[in-house]
Design a protein around this ligand. Structure first.
Ligand SMILES: O=C(O)c1cc(=O)[nH]c(=O)n1[C@@H]1O[C@H](COP(=O)(O)O)[C@@H](O)[C@H]1O
Length: 238
Protein backbone atom coordinates (compact mmCIF):
# COMPACT_ATOMS: atom_id res chain seq x y z
CA UNK A 1 0.00 0.00 0.00
CA UNK A 2 1.34 3.45 -0.85
CA UNK A 3 2.44 5.66 2.04
CA UNK A 4 -0.35 8.13 2.85
CA UNK A 5 1.44 10.03 5.63
CA UNK A 6 3.59 12.84 4.22
CA UNK A 7 6.09 14.44 6.61
CA UNK A 8 6.62 18.17 6.00
CA UNK A 9 10.38 18.79 6.17
CA UNK A 10 10.00 22.43 7.20
CA UNK A 11 13.66 22.93 8.06
CA UNK A 12 16.04 25.65 6.95
CA UNK A 13 19.04 23.52 5.96
CA UNK A 14 20.12 20.09 4.74
CA UNK A 15 21.99 19.61 7.99
CA UNK A 16 18.77 19.92 10.00
CA UNK A 17 17.08 17.46 7.62
CA UNK A 18 19.92 14.95 8.07
CA UNK A 19 19.68 15.20 11.85
CA UNK A 20 15.90 14.73 11.72
CA UNK A 21 15.99 11.80 9.27
CA UNK A 22 18.58 10.01 11.40
CA UNK A 23 15.64 9.22 13.72
CA UNK A 24 14.11 6.98 11.04
CA UNK A 25 17.03 4.67 10.20
CA UNK A 26 16.43 2.99 6.85
CA UNK A 27 12.64 3.61 6.85
CA UNK A 28 11.45 4.87 3.45
CA UNK A 29 9.27 7.94 3.91
CA UNK A 30 7.01 10.23 1.90
CA UNK A 31 8.40 13.70 2.59
CA UNK A 32 7.37 17.22 1.62
CA UNK A 33 9.93 19.83 0.64
CA UNK A 34 8.48 23.32 0.90
CA UNK A 35 9.65 26.85 0.23
CA UNK A 36 11.82 27.21 3.33
CA UNK A 37 14.06 24.24 2.54
CA UNK A 38 13.98 24.48 -1.27
CA UNK A 39 14.87 28.17 -1.37
CA UNK A 40 17.91 27.42 0.81
CA UNK A 41 19.17 24.17 -0.66
CA UNK A 42 17.72 24.11 -4.19
CA UNK A 43 17.72 21.01 -6.38
CA UNK A 44 20.45 19.29 -4.38
CA UNK A 45 18.05 18.56 -1.51
CA UNK A 46 15.78 16.71 -3.95
CA UNK A 47 18.69 14.64 -5.27
CA UNK A 48 19.75 13.84 -1.71
CA UNK A 49 16.26 12.70 -0.63
CA UNK A 50 15.75 10.64 -3.79
CA UNK A 51 19.08 8.90 -3.28
CA UNK A 52 17.83 7.93 0.18
CA UNK A 53 14.78 6.33 -1.48
CA UNK A 54 12.13 8.72 -0.15
CA UNK A 55 9.05 9.80 -2.11
CA UNK A 56 8.85 13.57 -2.54
CA UNK A 57 6.04 16.13 -2.62
CA UNK A 58 7.66 19.38 -3.82
CA UNK A 59 5.36 22.03 -2.37
CA UNK A 60 6.11 25.36 -4.07
CA UNK A 61 2.45 26.38 -4.62
CA UNK A 62 2.91 27.97 -8.03
CA UNK A 63 0.59 30.90 -8.79
CA UNK A 64 1.48 33.08 -11.80
CA UNK A 65 0.48 33.68 -15.40
CA UNK A 66 0.00 30.45 -17.42
CA UNK A 67 3.18 30.79 -19.49
CA UNK A 68 5.39 31.28 -16.44
CA UNK A 69 3.80 28.39 -14.58
CA UNK A 70 4.15 26.11 -17.61
CA UNK A 71 7.88 26.85 -17.96
CA UNK A 72 8.48 26.49 -14.23
CA UNK A 73 6.66 23.16 -14.14
CA UNK A 74 8.72 21.92 -17.09
CA UNK A 75 11.82 22.48 -14.96
CA UNK A 76 10.29 20.96 -11.80
CA UNK A 77 9.27 17.82 -13.72
CA UNK A 78 12.94 17.27 -14.58
CA UNK A 79 13.60 16.80 -10.86
CA UNK A 80 11.53 13.58 -11.04
CA UNK A 81 9.52 14.23 -7.87
CA UNK A 82 6.25 12.46 -7.06
CA UNK A 83 3.92 15.41 -6.45
CA UNK A 84 3.83 19.18 -7.08
CA UNK A 85 1.19 21.86 -6.49
CA UNK A 86 -0.31 25.14 -7.64
CA UNK A 87 -2.90 27.53 -6.23
CA UNK A 88 -6.31 26.87 -7.80
CA UNK A 89 -6.89 30.63 -7.52
CA UNK A 90 -4.63 30.97 -10.60
CA UNK A 91 -7.57 29.68 -12.66
CA UNK A 92 -8.15 26.91 -15.20
CA UNK A 93 -5.79 28.21 -17.91
CA UNK A 94 -2.96 28.36 -15.39
CA UNK A 95 -3.70 24.84 -14.13
CA UNK A 96 -3.85 23.43 -17.67
CA UNK A 97 -0.55 25.16 -18.44
CA UNK A 98 0.96 23.60 -15.31
CA UNK A 99 0.03 20.14 -16.56
CA UNK A 100 1.38 20.81 -20.04
CA UNK A 101 4.69 21.93 -18.57
CA UNK A 102 4.87 18.84 -16.37
CA UNK A 103 4.13 16.55 -19.29
CA UNK A 104 6.82 18.20 -21.41
CA UNK A 105 9.43 18.06 -18.67
CA UNK A 106 8.86 14.52 -17.40
CA UNK A 107 11.91 12.42 -18.33
CA UNK A 108 11.43 9.54 -20.81
CA UNK A 109 10.19 6.40 -19.09
CA UNK A 110 9.22 8.25 -15.88
CA UNK A 111 5.75 9.02 -14.60
CA UNK A 112 4.48 12.59 -14.57
CA UNK A 113 4.37 13.92 -10.97
CA UNK A 114 0.88 14.20 -9.53
CA UNK A 115 -0.31 17.80 -9.75
CA UNK A 116 -2.68 19.09 -7.10
CA UNK A 117 -4.23 22.48 -6.40
CA UNK A 118 -4.52 24.33 -3.11
CA UNK A 119 -8.18 25.28 -2.56
CA UNK A 120 -8.22 27.43 0.56
CA UNK A 121 -5.18 27.25 2.85
CA UNK A 122 -5.83 25.36 6.08
CA UNK A 123 -4.76 28.51 7.95
CA UNK A 124 -7.71 30.43 6.42
CA UNK A 125 -11.00 30.73 8.32
CA UNK A 126 -14.34 31.40 6.68
CA UNK A 127 -14.31 34.83 8.30
CA UNK A 128 -10.94 35.77 6.80
CA UNK A 129 -12.03 34.45 3.41
CA UNK A 130 -15.21 36.52 3.42
CA UNK A 131 -14.02 39.71 5.14
CA UNK A 132 -10.37 40.04 4.02
CA UNK A 133 -10.38 38.21 0.71
CA UNK A 134 -13.92 39.40 -0.09
CA UNK A 135 -15.03 35.97 -1.32
CA UNK A 136 -18.77 36.05 -0.57
CA UNK A 137 -19.20 32.29 -0.20
CA UNK A 138 -19.15 29.75 2.57
CA UNK A 139 -15.78 28.07 2.92
CA UNK A 140 -17.24 24.75 1.75
CA UNK A 141 -18.73 26.28 -1.40
CA UNK A 142 -15.44 28.02 -2.21
CA UNK A 143 -13.43 24.82 -1.70
CA UNK A 144 -15.83 22.79 -3.87
CA UNK A 145 -15.69 25.42 -6.65
CA UNK A 146 -11.86 25.45 -6.65
CA UNK A 147 -11.76 21.66 -6.58
CA UNK A 148 -14.18 21.34 -9.50
CA UNK A 149 -12.08 23.81 -11.47
CA UNK A 150 -8.95 21.78 -10.68
CA UNK A 151 -10.66 18.57 -11.76
CA UNK A 152 -11.99 20.09 -15.01
CA UNK A 153 -8.47 21.37 -15.71
CA UNK A 154 -7.17 17.78 -15.54
CA UNK A 155 -5.40 17.93 -12.18
CA UNK A 156 -5.07 14.87 -9.97
CA UNK A 157 -6.46 16.31 -6.75
CA UNK A 158 -6.49 19.14 -4.27
CA UNK A 159 -5.07 20.35 -0.98
CA UNK A 160 -7.90 21.04 1.45
CA UNK A 161 -8.67 20.47 5.12
CA UNK A 162 -10.02 17.19 6.47
CA UNK A 163 -13.37 18.91 7.04
CA UNK A 164 -14.05 19.29 3.32
CA UNK A 165 -12.99 15.78 2.26
CA UNK A 166 -16.42 14.10 2.47
CA UNK A 167 -18.00 16.89 0.44
CA UNK A 168 -15.27 16.64 -2.20
CA UNK A 169 -15.71 12.87 -2.43
CA UNK A 170 -19.37 13.51 -3.34
CA UNK A 171 -18.65 16.29 -5.83
CA UNK A 172 -15.36 15.22 -7.41
CA UNK A 173 -15.41 11.42 -6.98
CA UNK A 174 -13.34 8.81 -5.21
CA UNK A 175 -10.40 8.93 -7.64
CA UNK A 176 -9.70 12.63 -7.08
CA UNK A 177 -6.95 12.91 -4.44
CA UNK A 178 -7.47 14.91 -1.26
CA UNK A 179 -4.21 15.94 0.41
CA UNK A 180 -4.91 17.32 3.87
CA UNK A 181 -2.52 19.36 6.02
CA UNK A 182 -3.64 20.94 9.32
CA UNK A 183 -3.14 17.63 11.11
CA UNK A 184 -2.70 17.63 14.86
CA UNK A 185 -2.70 14.95 17.53
CA UNK A 186 -5.33 15.59 20.20
CA UNK A 187 -2.70 16.88 22.66
CA UNK A 188 -0.94 19.25 20.21
CA UNK A 189 -1.37 23.00 19.90
CA UNK A 190 -3.01 24.30 16.73
CA UNK A 191 -0.34 26.99 16.05
CA UNK A 192 -1.12 29.04 12.92
CA UNK A 193 -3.52 26.46 11.47
CA UNK A 194 -7.30 27.07 11.54
CA UNK A 195 -9.00 23.99 10.04
CA UNK A 196 -7.35 21.12 11.93
CA UNK A 197 -8.12 17.46 12.58
CA UNK A 198 -6.45 14.36 14.02
CA UNK A 199 -5.09 11.59 11.76
CA UNK A 200 -7.94 9.39 13.01
CA UNK A 201 -10.58 11.85 11.78
CA UNK A 202 -8.68 12.16 8.49
CA UNK A 203 -8.99 8.39 8.02
CA UNK A 204 -12.68 8.41 8.93
CA UNK A 205 -13.38 11.23 6.47
CA UNK A 206 -11.37 9.51 3.72
CA UNK A 207 -8.33 11.77 3.15
CA UNK A 208 -6.07 10.29 0.48
CA UNK A 209 -2.95 11.69 2.16
CA UNK A 210 -2.28 13.65 5.32
CA UNK A 211 0.57 16.16 5.58
CA UNK A 212 2.11 16.35 9.04
CA UNK A 213 4.79 18.84 10.03
CA UNK A 214 5.35 20.10 13.54
CA UNK A 215 3.48 17.27 15.31
CA UNK A 216 6.31 14.99 14.12
CA UNK A 217 9.26 17.33 13.51
CA UNK A 218 9.00 18.94 16.95
CA UNK A 219 8.16 15.73 18.83
CA UNK A 220 10.60 14.53 21.46
CA UNK A 221 10.54 11.13 19.72
CA UNK A 222 9.76 11.73 16.03
CA UNK A 223 9.82 8.04 15.03
CA UNK A 224 7.39 7.07 17.79
CA UNK A 225 5.05 9.96 16.88
CA UNK A 226 5.26 9.08 13.17
CA UNK A 227 4.25 5.50 13.96
CA UNK A 228 1.38 6.74 16.12
CA UNK A 229 0.16 9.01 13.31
CA UNK A 230 0.44 6.17 10.78
CA UNK A 231 -1.46 3.80 13.05
CA UNK A 232 -4.26 6.33 13.46
CA UNK A 233 -4.36 6.99 9.72
CA UNK A 234 -4.39 3.29 8.89
CA UNK A 235 -6.96 2.43 11.54
CA UNK A 236 -4.84 0.08 13.62
CA UNK A 237 -4.77 0.14 17.40
CA UNK A 238 -1.54 1.31 19.02
O1 LIG B 1 0.35 22.81 0.40
C1 LIG B 1 0.57 22.51 1.58
O2 LIG B 1 1.29 21.56 1.85
C2 LIG B 1 -0.17 23.22 2.63
C3 LIG B 1 -1.41 23.76 2.27
C4 LIG B 1 -2.28 24.23 3.26
O3 LIG B 1 -3.40 24.64 2.97
N1 LIG B 1 -1.87 24.21 4.55
C5 LIG B 1 -0.63 23.76 4.94
O4 LIG B 1 -0.35 23.75 6.14
N2 LIG B 1 0.25 23.30 3.97
C6 LIG B 1 1.61 22.86 4.38
O5 LIG B 1 1.52 21.75 5.27
C7 LIG B 1 2.49 21.85 6.32
C8 LIG B 1 1.78 21.85 7.64
O6 LIG B 1 2.70 21.92 8.69
P1 LIG B 1 2.29 21.75 10.21
O7 LIG B 1 1.24 22.78 10.52
O8 LIG B 1 3.56 21.99 10.96
O9 LIG B 1 1.77 20.33 10.36
C9 LIG B 1 3.30 23.11 6.04
O10 LIG B 1 4.48 22.71 5.37
C10 LIG B 1 2.43 23.93 5.11
O11 LIG B 1 3.20 24.67 4.18
Amino acid sequence: MSNNVIIALDFSSKQEVETFLANFGEEKLYVKVGMELFYKEGNSIITYLKEKGHQIFLDLKLHDIPNTVKSAMRNLARLDVDMVNVHAAGGSKMMQAALEGLQEGTPEGKERPLCIAVTQLTSTTEEVMQKELMIPLTLNVAVVQYAKLAKESGLDGVVCSVHEVALLRQTCGEEFATVTPGIRLASDSVDDQARVATPEIAREKGSSYIVVGRSITKASNPLHTYKLVKEQMEGQTV
